[in-house]
Structure formats: C-alpha cells, structure tokens
Design a binder for this molecule. Structure first.
Ligand code: NAI
Ligand code: UGA
Length: 440
C-alpha cells in the first residue's frame, strides 16, 4: 500500500518505519528540514531502541523515504497518516494548529480519494474539524473529491516504541464508512496474524479512548505515589504493598511503581487536555484534577527529602544525579522530573554533576551554558566530591552498581532513590543511608 506519514517525531517515524517493514511503500513528510536532512543522511533525530536499524533496512529496500515536499507527500499515499504534535496550549487544551495545518495541506493538494488517518492525540470532535478543513480547501479550488477521516490513536511507549507498534495489544480505529474500514483492515492485517486486535468504533469514541487510556495510567501512578508517601509516614513499605495488590488480576502488575512523578510528552499534557475538554462541556473531572496535583507535588518529593536531610540552604553542596530523561531508553526530557529537581537544587545554592546514558545532549540544550550543572561520561565520576547521590531515572545500568564504591566516593554515604531501585535492607548492610519513596 502507498502510505504517507505526516510528522517524523516519535509516533510518525516509528509508524512509518514499521509500516514500511511489513512491505508498504512509505513516504514521511516533515516541515522540519533539519530532521529530514538527518534522516536522508542515514541517521534518526531521536533515540529509540531498534529504530535506526529498521529505518536503514527499509530505506535500503526502497520502501521508506523522506521529504519536505508537501505536494509530493499528498500525491504519494492513498492513506495519509497525521502524526504531528498536539502540545498543550496556555490554558491546558490541546493545540490543534499542526493537525489542522496538515489537514489543510492534504485538502490543498489531493487529486483523488484519500483516507486521512489521525494518529495524533486529539480532543473529541477533532475528526470533524479535520474533515471541515479538508472540505474547505477542496471547495476553494472547486474540487469535488471523496475522502474519509479516521481516528487511529497510538498507544506506543517511548523507549519500547518499535516493539509496541509491531506487537500492539489492540488497534483502535474510529471509522464511519465502509471504504475506510476496509483500508484500515488491509493496512493492519500484518499486525494481527495471531488474533484480531482491531477494535472498530466511531471517531469520537476512538478519540476519547486515547485520553481514557493515558488518564487511567496516570491515575494509577498518582494513586501509588500518594500511598507511598502515606506508607512512609505509617512505617509501611510501598514495594511490599505493590506486590500485595498487583497479584489481584483486577488490579494487575503494570504501572503501579511509586516514584518521583510521571513525566514525558503525554501523561501531563493529556491529563490537562481531558480536564479542559470536560470543563468546556460543564463537567468537572475531580479525580483527574487530583491526579495532576498529586503528580506536581511528587516531582518535589526528592527535594523535600534532601532538604529534610541537609537543610534548606544547600550552598556549597554538590549532588550527583543519575538519570535525566523522563524514563529509561529515551533521550526525551519533556516534563522530566529531573528538570524540577535540578532547578530546585540550584534555587537552594547547590551544584549538580549529572550522568545519563543518552539524554545529556538534550539536557545541555535545555539548560544551556549553566555553570552549576556539569556532565560526566560515567556514573561513578558524578560521585566525586558529591554530598549525596540522587537517582531520578531507573536506567538498567544503575540496577547493580558497586555500592562499596559509591560509599567510598561520596563525601557522605547518602542515597536518594527516586525510583525505588534498591532494597533498603541491602543498602543498610552496605553502609549507605538510603532514602527511597515510601520504603521502610
Ligand atoms: N511520543 C509518544 O510516545 C506518543 C505520542 N502520541 C501523540 O502523537 C502525536 C505526535 O507526538 P510525537 O511524535 O511525540 O511528536 P513530535 O513532536 O516528536 O513530532 C511531531 C513532528 O511533526 C512535525 N510537524 C508539525 N507540523 C507539521 C506539518 N504540518 N507537516 C509535517 N510535519 C509537521 C514536527 O516538525 C515534528 O517533527 C501527539 O499528538 C502525541 O500526543 C501518541 C502516542 C505516543
Ligand atoms: O500517549 C503517549 O504518548 C504514550 O504515553 C505513555 O507512554 P510514555 O509517556 O512514552 O512512557 P510511560 O512508560 O508510560 O511512562 C510515563 C511516565 O510515567 C512514569 N511511571 C510509569 C510507570 C509506573 O509504574 N510509574 C511511573 O512513575 C515513568 O517514569 C514516566 O515518567 C503511555 O504508556 C503510552 O501507552 C502512550 O501511547
């Protein structure tokens, strides 16, 4: 099938590469010429495990190419995926300018039937706006061409995006005409060979399904974070509580880890956007409001612990920080808890020596020439002359460090673990003063 993907970010590039990998002829369009240049030179603009190999393989096979030429991109695909950003506007609502610009471009240049598939996360009703934008462009040039608008929200996780796209739990499709339903069935056939994963519904329900999924996951995390803080006060251990409830299949094991708050490009913005949509329609989503507040507070939990241990004035103190990205296996720093922690340490006069396997360049871009922040190329180097170690992201390489060395290198053997990576009993035996989230 000939497919165009508009937007070569996390979702667009992964979708385009994976759709090419099953034999489709995919053209990816981006307005960011810098990104297209990187792709044309054989690189990828993001860190995503497995993605570079799949991109190179399909480019070499002639099934995947890149362009900034809008007209060519619209001419190429019978199916046009829209996978552009929907960042939060000032009031928390999703900013649809990129989605609607992509839709207008399609309306401006299409020359025959097109299925326009929205993969961006968009508020309920956006399908209608996309339809209207395309129709308006068609009418401007008096073209009477048929098209269908489909909602096909994406559920991939950064850091596991290729695997998630290739082996989805479900494929949600909001489509309201037979021609579009048939196209989507054909397109996704290679991804559901062992059982039917396609869930068809109307466009509005599909749009809401995406927000419901992210909001539910964010709710679980905030719930566990609040319980962790309570457990700590009560002398209980949240990790044991997690094991005690996760085995109930009605609750399940996933997304029950307490930590120093959720970040990333989606949970924070999607929770806000859903609250805003509800507000606009006279509904107050009380639970989600609390989920958001709890998460904002949770991003300060490590700072509260540091202040309780070292005092509010941290001038002259230096902290080693392991993990900058909002989660492991990505260089994405959007809404990363590390940003709040670094800023709060600076505010109190401290300096930071940071290590992250892949997100240091991105951090440099954000903090610029900041003298109080230094970067090291190995985790242990961060510990030299540091008053304590603060772990913010649970990269695999932090799982089993040499604790004796950590104790030996730090000025004081204090460890703040924002992701509950270690067993407090083992830490005590190692002579480290351990501060986890909700541990005893
Ligand atoms: N990042 C993630 O893990 C997931 C994101 N989503 C959703 O998917 C959407 C895209 O997210 P990301 O891939 O993270 O965004 P991103 O910001 O990484 O990439 C978006 C890309 O679209 C390009 N773009 C903007 N306007 C364009 C236009 N008119 N024509 C062509 N290209 C254009 C930008 O230059 C950029 O490269 C968002 O709505 C997001 O909520 C959904 C599931 C997972
Ligand atoms: O819409 C999206 O963009 C995506 O958002 C999330 O994916 P992502 O943000 O890439 O990463 P997650 O693994 O969900 O982690 C999000 C945040 O929650 C935190 N988290 C996750 C799980 C957990 O148990 N505890 C916890 O604090 C992580 O540290 C991270 O900061 C969803 O998991 C995807 O299904 C969805 O497609």
């Amino acid at each position: 099938m000939k497919i165009t993907v508009v937007g070569t970010g996390y979702v667009g590039l992964v979708s385009g590469a994976c759709l090419a990998d099953v034999g489709n002829d995919v053209l990816c369009l981006d307005v960011d010429a810098g990104k297209i240049r990187i792709l044309e030179e054989g690189g990828i603009p993001i860190h995503e495990p497995g993605l570079l190999e799949i991109v190179r393989r399909n480019v070499a096979a002639g099934r995947l190419s890149f362009t900034t030429d809008i007209e060519r991109a619209v001419a190429h695909g019978a199916v046009q995926f829209i996978a552009v950003g929907t960042p939060p506007d000032e009031d928390g609502s999703a900013d649809l300018q990129y989605v609607l610009a992509a839709a207008r471009n399609i309306g401006r240049y299409m020359d025959g039937y097109r299925v326009i598939v929205d993969k961006s996360t968009v508020p309920v009703g956006t399908g209608d706006k996309v339809k209207a934008a395309i129709a308006e462009e068609l009418s401007k040039r008096s073209a009477d061409l048929p098209f269908s608008v489909v909602s096909n929200p994406e559920f991939l996780k950064e850091g596991a995006a290729v695997e998630d796209f290739m082996r989805p739990d479900r494929i949600v499709v909001g489509a309201e005409d037979e021609r579009a339903i048939e196209s989507m069935r054909q397109l996704y056939a290679p991804f559901q060979r062992n059982h039917d994963k396609l869930v068809f519904m109307d466009v509005r329900s599909a749009e809401l399904t995406k927000y419901a999924a992210n909001a539910m996951l964010a709710t679980r995390i905030s719930f566990m974070n609040e319980l962790a803080n309570l457990a700590e006060t009560l002398g209980a251990d949240i990790e044991l509580v997690r094991q005690g409830i996760g085995s109930d299949p009605r609750i399940g094991w996933h997304f029950l880890y307490a930590g120093c708050g959720y970040g990333g490009s989606c949970f924070p913005k999607d929770v806000k956007a859903l609250i805003k949509t509800a507000d606009e329609h006279g509904h107050k989503l009380k639970v989600l409001g609390a989920v958001e507040d709890a998460n904002e507070a949770q991003k300060h939990v490590l700072i509260d612990k540091i202040v309780a241990r070292f005092g509010d004035d941290l001038s002259g103190r230096r902290f080693a920080l392991w993990g900058l990205a909002f989660k492991p296996n990505t260089d994405d720093m959007r809404e990363a808890p590390s940003r709040v922690i670094i800023a709060e340490l600076f505010r109190r006069g401290a300096t930071v020596a940071a290590y992250d396997p892949v997100a240091m360049d991105e951090t440099r871009r954000i903090f610029g020439d900041e003298a109080r922040l230094s970067y090291v190329d190995r985790p242990m180097k961060a510990l030299e002359e540091a008053d304590a170690l603060v772990i913010v992201t649970e990269w695999k390489e932090f799982r089993s460090p040499d604790f004796d060395r950590i104790r030996g290198l730090l000025r004081q053997p204090v460890l703040f673990d924002g992701r509950n990576m270690y067993d407090p009993a083992v830490m005590r035996e190692s002579g480290l003063e351990y501060h986890g989230i909700g541990r005893r």
